[in-house]
Design a protein around this ligand. Structure first.
Ligand SMILES: [Zn+2]
Length: 119
């Protein structure tokens, strides 16, 4: 079963409350290469290809974009926040630079692994 826009919107709503953003980010799923978070319009774009990666990856991606409302870069503070939020959803990232190459469960089981052909 594939994750829906509604589910990702619900996740974004919960994160917005938790992070006290003061607004509700609007989640859009589009046919784009890379996602983004727009600080002016509070819109988050989730690339359609991430949905085909499975719900864990789509959840990760949504959390990543919401974190950009707090930190625009991918530096230590950003990663710390992202790790903390992912952990709440049972996801542990194994990073390769800014993005994970793997998402593991709390017990260390691989839930998603980067595959070159999957994009
Ligand atoms: Zn980013």
């Amino acid at each position: 079963m594939t994750v829906t826009q509604n589910e990702l919107q619900e996740l974004a709503n919960l994160l917005a409350v938790q992070l006290k953003l003061g607004f509700v980010p609007q989640v859009e799923i589009n046919k784009v290469k890379r996602g983004r978070a727009r600080l002016k319009t509070f819109k988050i774009t989730i690339p359609e290809w991430t949905i085909r990666q499975g719900c864990e990856y789509a959840y990760y991606y949504t959390i990543h974009e919401v974190c950009h409302f707090r930190h625009s870069n991918h530096l230590a503070q950003f990663k710390r926040l992202e790790r903390r939020l992912l952990k709440q959803w049972g996801l542990t990232p194994v990073y390769k630079k800014a993005y994970p190459r793997e998402l593991k469960s709390a017990a260390g089981m691989p839930l998603w692994t980067f595959k070159k052909s999957s994009k």
